[in-house]
Design a protein around this ligand. Structure first.
Ligand code: NAD
Length: 302
């Protein structure tokens, strides 16, 4: 069993670290929030007073923090962890960050002899709690194999997407699709309703027709179609629209960096931005249907 430093015990990080501890790994964690650290302690994780206490001396360090800026501040620069970690140790960053930031982290790791994996996840808080996350991993094959048993304690599908940054590339391409298709499915359901077509009937027909997709079959934005999705619990405890907006902006940035055309991605980012600006950013992203239906901003809970 490994000794693991874990940085960032938020909505995702806490259950991920708890699953590592449950699997028998020795987890030393740090978070800026004392309340969060206390919750970690109660989950069997050793709570550390500083990021150095959590990370230095551990052969594996996992980070699960909000943005690339946080990641680069923690690991990069003259006083960052990379300059003080033992050569041969490994950083696994599971935060969703820009591909370019992930590649910069890999480069900095190489300079210090530290192996880096970008390993963002899909599956949300429920997947983190259940230990069923999908990990999409960028980095060297040998490093991926070394990390696999650790990732396996937190996830079910662990896939190497290719070299440095490709994990983040997979993540933003997935969320670009998810964000756009949720808007498309919301438009179709709204139109169907106004044409007098029952949403259950529409889902049944389209799920075996050419318009079928995950947002329609497994994550419908209309309440009452499936019992265990955010739309059926007032859009709570899902993948926040704020996070979808963040990921669509990362996709936009990647599209600009590679001179790729992504007009629907840009449009989708604008739509979620309007939705989040109206005070709905904490709701699951499927609540976007409320804006498409023309509900008053701020009333998306019902
Ligand atoms: P969160 O805001 O709940 O947690 C982030 C944690 O990081 C907070 O507890 C914060 O105190 C801590 N933190 C920030 N800077 C720190 C530092 N310098 N040192 C130590 N701790 C620090 O966020 P989350 O929902 O857990 O998401 C984390 C990452 O995972 C993000 O990049 C997000 O985009 C990604 N993600 C989230 C979900 C989801 O459903 N929530 C799903 C997939 C991916």
């Amino acid at each position: 069993m490994a000794e693991i430093g874990f940085i960032g015990l938020g909505r995702m990080g806490l259950p991920m670290a708890a699953n590592l501890a449950k699997a028998g790994h020795r987890v030393r964690a740090f978070d800026l929030s004392p309340e969060t650290l206390e919750a970690g302690r109660q989950a069997g994780i050793q709570a550390c007073p500083s990021v150095e206490d959590a990370a230095l001396g551990a052969p594996f360090v996992i980070s699960m923090v909000p943005t690339g800026r946080h990641v680069l501040d923690i690991f990069g620069g003259p006083s960052g962890l990379l300059s003080r970690m033992a050569a041969g140790s490994m950083v696994i960053d599971s935060s969703t960050i820009a591909v370019a930031e992930a590649r910069a982290l890999h480069e900095a790791g190489r300079e210090h002899g530290i192996a880096i994996l970008d390993a963002p996840v899909s599956g949300g808080v429920m997947g983190a709690q259940a230990g069923t996350l999908t990990f999409m991993v960028g980095g060297e094959e040998a490093d991926f194999e070394r990390a696999r048993p650790i990732l396996a304690a937190m996830g079910r599908n662990i896939v190497r997407a290719g070299p440095a940054g490709n994990g983040q590339a997979a993540k933003i391409c997935n969320n670009l699709l998810a964000g756009i298709s949720m808007i498309a499915v919301s438009e179709a359901f709204t139109l169907a309703k106004r044409l007098g077509l029952d949403p259950l009937t529409m889902r049944e027909i389209v799920s075996t027709s050419t318009g079928s997709c995950h947002a329609l079959t497994s994550y419908p934005p209309v309440p009452g179609i499936l019992p265990n999705v955010p739309s059926s619990r007032e859009y709570q405890n899902g993948f926040a629209a704020d996070l979808m907006l963040k990921d669509l902006r990362l996709a936009e940035r990647a599209a600009m960096d590679t001179a790729s055309s992504s007009p629907l991605g840009t449009l989708a980012a604008g739509i979620y931005n309007l939705f989040c600006q109206s005070g709905n950013g904490g709701l699951d992203y499927s609540a976007i249907i409320k804006m498409i239906e023309g509900a008053e901003p701020g009333t998306a809970k019902t």
